[in-house]
Design a binder for this molecule. Structure first.
Ligand SMILES: C[S@@+](CC[C@H](N)C(=O)[O-])C[C@H]1O[C@@H](n2cnc3c(N)ncnc32)[C@H](O)[C@@H]1O
Length: 389
């Protein structure tokens, strides 16, 4: 049932309606929850508060009048795409929207490709002038502000919009961000699979894009299993496994991630978890032959941790191994897994392999689940057939 209500709006001449609507979206003042209406000569646009600066910008289009009038509630809430006229790329973590500038739409992609392209352009004598660069930067900044306004207008739970200004980088796999709109912060609380995670996106790794993968691993956990999460971050794999009844040992080298992990244990009232700060290469060695499952979510360099992971696994235990692979050799890391198994005198047998998500052009985040059999020292299987799943 739809009811009308009196709320704030502006009255503009019909011929200027679309220009005003666009400007309101760009300034974040358009009230997308209410319907635009019109009479023979005017358009009435529902608005939130309009500050002096935004009002001055609107007056550049044409004169307009503020008024309080009846606007019907919008039954079909417009999407950001409908407001903007193009599909923005963004993800939501808690009440923060991480928007992507158009040319950086590939999340976590290498900066290398962009640098290479720039270098090539320069070599070909196509160096852009300072003015052109400035214009492009202004256009980018304007576009990201429009995206931010559209996101906030269409999703009232978004309080902050930020944009990454670096790739996921360094040992702790963090990103730097620029604030674009709303409250100036990178901390939030994100809900996933019934658990809450306090996060600082700039100081510890977290992505909601692994939510489905975490569920896939959780389905394999049985009550009483021991799970070793070698690269636990703020704990999204670890706590889900604990919720399934596992005894969990979760470690991370980033002190900030560990601080949040401890806080998240309290937040979710999870007690059967041991949280450790330090290098997984050393810490895992204290858990020899104990783990039913070892989670190795450090896709760029997990291969350097295979020996301690295999030592920590029980005979028959499963290791969940993540990698970033080129699309023509998705499971190429298997050779390193087989070698490491040989070194610890175990046999490794693949039980599942699949693509988790795309990562960058022609590069994919893949998982290999493999069983470690320590009962027949010295043997290991031939690499499995590679196939895309
Ligand atoms: C890709 S993140 C994964 C975090 C978490 N599993 C998740 O899904 O959100 C990898 C984590 O490994 C941690 N790390 C990097 N090197 C490490 C090491 N040598 N020992 C322990 N943790 C490490 C980083 O600080 C980061 O939090």
């Amino acid at each position: 049932m739809s009811t009308s209500a009196v709320s704030r709006g502006i009255k503009v001449k019909r011929s200027y309606g679309e220009r005003f609507r666009k400007a309101l979206v760009e300034t974040g003042a358009f009230d997308a929850k209410r319907k635009i209406r019109s009479d023979d000569s005017n358009i009435f646009l529902p608005v939130h508060e309009i500050d002096d600066e935004a009002a001055a910008r609107l007056r550049l289009i044409s004169d307009f009048e503020f008024l309080e009038t009846e606007f019907l509630p919008e039954e079909h809430f417009p999407t950001p795409e409908e407001l903007l006229g193009f599909r923005p790329s963004f993800e939501i973590v808690g009440d923060i929207a991480i928007a992507e500038e158009v040319e950086t739409n590939v999340v976590e992609a290498d900066a290398g490709a962009a640098a290479e392209a720039e270098g090539k352009a320069k070599a070909e004598g196509e160096a852009t002038t300072d003015n052109e660069t400035k214009e492009e930067e202004n256009a980018d900044a304007q576009q990201i502000e429009q995206i931010a306004s559209a996101l906030m207008a269409t999703n009232r739970s978004i309080r902050t919009v930020i944009v990454p200004i670096s790739d996921v980088e360094g040992e702790f796999r963090t990103r730097r961000f620029r604030h674009v709109a709303g409250e100036e912060r990178t901390t939030t609380i994100h809900k996933e699979h019934g658990l809450r995670y306090r996060i600082d996106l700039q100081r510890a790794y977290f992505t909601p894009r692994l939510g489905t993968e975490r569920l896939r691993v959780a389905k394999q956990i049985r009550q009483g299993d021991t799970v070793l999460d070698m690269f636990a971050g703020v704990g999204p794999f670890a706590f889900l496994m604990a919720k399934k009844g596992a005894r969990v040992i979760a470690m991370d080298k980033n002190p900030v991630a560990v601080k949040y992990m401890r806080e998240n244990a309290r937040l979710n009232k999870i007690e059967d978890i041991e949280i450790l700060e330090g290098d997984a290469n050393e810490l895992a060695l204290s858990y020899a032959d104990t783990a039913d499952h070892v989670i190795m979510n450090l896709p760029h360099s997990a291969s350097q941790f295979l020996i301690p992971a295999m030592k920590a696994a029980k005979s028959g235990g499963i290791i969940h191994y993540y990698a970033i692979s080129p699309e023509d050799a998705l499971y190429g890391d298997w050779a390193m897994i087989a070698q490491a198994a040989e070194r610890v005198g175990a046999k490794a047998e693949v039980v599942y392999q699949g693509v988790v998500r795309s990562y960058a052009p022609h590069r994919l985040n893949v998982v290999i689940d493999f069983r470690v059999d320590k009962s027949q020292k010295g043997l290991f299987l031939d690499p499995p057939q590679r196939h895309r799943i």
